[in-house]
Write a protein that binds this ligand. Structure first.
Ligand code: HAM
Length: 420
């Protein structure tokens, strides 16, 4: 016998017990995000590689080493989406969404791919839900999305979370800051890793993302971007924080938070959970006022965030019993006539009573079928034996109380309508 084939490292099967939790969370996301006036957008699984280079940035970890890219049979350079923001903005421009609405409030649930080193909470295929609001430059837009993200985790039952927030200023602020950072880091140049030496020349801000211990020490005394903010940047940031105070949303200002993607300006944030260990970011995002224009559209200030679903599930200790998925009825059939009847009854209860109905398709014994009904936590078992068939009846057992009664087959629908 040949050996069984296995999945790719960093990918995961979502098996039925787990997919119930996914469906539950997905339904909550759809409901909650609509409460804030956001509509769903779905974009393709792959895009032109250039889209991600131009948006996420040439010197970022994602673009330099994590993208799944290939040349297809037609010579096109394609990439499996490593994030959603770039695709949403591409779609916004391509479909002239800005002409249809002055503000586009969009959300998504999607599958992403990054060739990272797999560990708890970090996979090569993973899932995000997120928001992109395109069109508003005002601080209330930042605050709305921050509140949505924070409140969603509370709503779903996560308590031990920390919102970390920073401002990295507008374009000019970052230009001034990059020069300051360069001047500070230059004397350490020979101590830096090759990657950081390269980044020092091209985009020193990226060095602040370093995970290398001795580099972390070096940047500890680096100039802070918050000290370079322009007056407008400061007013914007203060106003965002005021809105958060008004809504009683607690936050910590983290001057080292710069995020690992190049498109951000002004507000950036992450929500972290201590229960996650090393990969503690539940979600991250911020303002990106230049991306729509950089991807060929008319300038449109924007704000968004994305959140890992796997990390949410790791942080949440979901009580499966809150997820209603047990069968309403398990039909026990014994013999050919009984099977025929069980198919007919199941069909009618599913269509007319909206019931979850399970029938046995293995022709098992009465005992084995009752055992299965118990195991699945069915609310009722319907037993169709020879005697019952003769009388056009079935036996109905309430699996919680153990009570049993007989009922005419043509009365079943109305019986269950009353007793549900
Ligand atoms: P990001 O920080 O790269 O931002 O990812 C957001 C979230 O996705 C992370 O906080 C984490 O929960 C999850 N995540 C990222 N990589 C992995 C992975 N390899 N395995 C499991 N989970 C992961 C973005 O993607 C931006 N597009 C967010 C954004 C939207 N900014 C503005 N709009």
């Amino acid at each position: 016998m040949s050996s069984i084939l296995r999945n790719i490292k960093g990918t995961k099967d979502i098996l039925p017990e787990e997919s119930i939790v996914w469906q539950y969370l997905e339904s909550k996301i759809h409901m909650f995000f609509k409460q804030y006036g956001y509509s769903e957008i779905r974009t393709p699984a792959f895009e032109n590689t250039n889209l991600f280079k131009r948006s996420i940035g040439d010197d970022t970890d994602i673009v330099t080493k994590e993208m799944y890219s290939w040349i297809d049979q037609g010579g096109n350079n394609l990439t499996l989406k490593p994030e959603v923001t770039a695709s949403v903005v591409r779609s916004y421009n391509q479909n002239s969404l800005g002409k249809k609405h002055p503000i586009n409030k969009l959300y998504y649930i999607d599958t992403l791919f990054r060739r990272e080193r797999p560990q708890k909470g970090r996979y090569r295929q993973f899932h995000q839900f997120g928001i992109e609001s395109i069109g508003s430059k005002f601080p209330e837009q930042d605050a709305e999305v921050l509140a949505l993200a924070y409140n969603f985790y509370h709503y779903i039952g996560l308590r031990d979370i920390t919102l970390k927030i920073n401002s990295i200023g507008g374009h000019n602020t970052r230009k001034i800051y990059k020069n300051k950072l360069y001047d500070y880091l230059l004397p350490f140049k020979n101590d830096l890793t090759d990657t950081s030496q390269n980044r020092l020349m091209k985009n020193p801000l990226r060095i602040l993302d370093t995970k290398v211990d001795f580099e972390i020490k070096i940047i500890q005394n680096a100039p802070r971007i918050i000290d370079c903010l322009s007056e407008e940047d400061k007013i914007h940031f203060k106003s965002v924080l005021n809105f958060l105070d008004e809504m009683d949303i607690p936050y910590e200002i983290d001057n080292k938070l710069v995020r690992g993607l190049d498109y951000y300006s002004r507000t950036v944030f992450e929500i972290q959970s201590k229960s996650l260990g090393a990969q503690d970011a539940l979600c991250g995002g911020g303002r990106y006022d230049n991306l729509v224009e950089n991807l060929g559209g008319k300038p449109q200030p924007s704000f968004g965030f994305a959140a890992g679903i796997e990390r949410l599930i790791l942080a949440l200790d979901i009580d499966q019993s809150i997820i209603e998925n047990n069968p309403d009825v398990y039909i026990v059939s014994l013999g050919e006539k009984s099977i025929q009847l069980s198919m007919k009854i199941a069909n009618s209860l599913r269509l007319n009573n909206d019931f979850i109905v399970i029938t046995d398709t293995l022709r098992r014994s009465l005992k084995a079928q009752m055992k299965e009904a118990n195991k699945l936590c069915a609310k009722y078992a319907i037993i169709i034996g020879d005697d019952e068939i003769k009388n056009n009846e079935v036996a109905i057992k309430n699996m919680n109380t153990g009570d049993q009664k007989t009922e005419k087959i043509d009365q079943l629908e109305s019986y269950f309508k009353v007793s549900k």
